[in-house]
Design a protein around this ligand. Structure first.
Ligand code: HEC
Length: 124
């Protein structure tokens, strides 16, 4: 049930609704775990590809970034649901990914993070 609730919340965020349970401030803190490898600015690839424009993008499509074969071939469209699955356990969704990150264990951390990403990337 909790899982379903999270999905519903995540989809609400995706739809751009103002009311969401994800806490943007808390999400900013969670993003610290990603920041060393990911930027939110265009054309700013670090150890990982920029996450600018990630909502609605197909996996492995940031220009100029050298993805792993599995990520290039995954063909995932990133939305709240697929990002939630990926961030829970990257290697489960994309076996062989070179993203050296174990995953976020708490569903609410992911809700918060997605709320933060959504608010940061909303003006694209
Ligand atoms: C140690 C560096 C590192 C950390 C920490 C990290 N990532 Fe990544 N991330 C990568 C790399 C490298 C890739 C490309 C993986 C591949 O090609 O298999 C990637 C890929 C991704 C993708 C797919 C992007 C695309 O263009 O298809 C998403 C989404 C993502 N990361 C989100 C996150 C988030 C959110 C966090 C924090 C919770 C995070 N990552 C933490 C290195 C990292």
């Amino acid at each position: 049930m909790r899982q379903l609730t999270c999905l519903a919340v995540a989809l609400t965020i995706w739809a751009g609704a103002a009311a969401s349970e994800g806490d943007v401030k808390a999400g900013k803190k969670v993003f610290r775990k990603c920041q060393s490898c990911h930027s939110l600015k265009p054309d700013d690839n670090r150890a990982g590809p920029t996450l600018y424009g990630v909502f609605g993008a197909t996996s492995g499509s940031v220009e100029g970034f050298r993805y792993s074969g599995p990520m290039q071939q995954a063909g995932i469209v990133w939305d709240a649901a697929t990002l939630t699955e990926f961030l829970t356990k990257p290697r489960a969704l994309v076996p062989g990914t070179t993203m050296a990150f174990a995953g976020l264990r708490k569903p609410e951390q992911i809700d918060d993070l997605l709320a933060y990403l959504q608010s940061e990337l909303a003006d694209q």
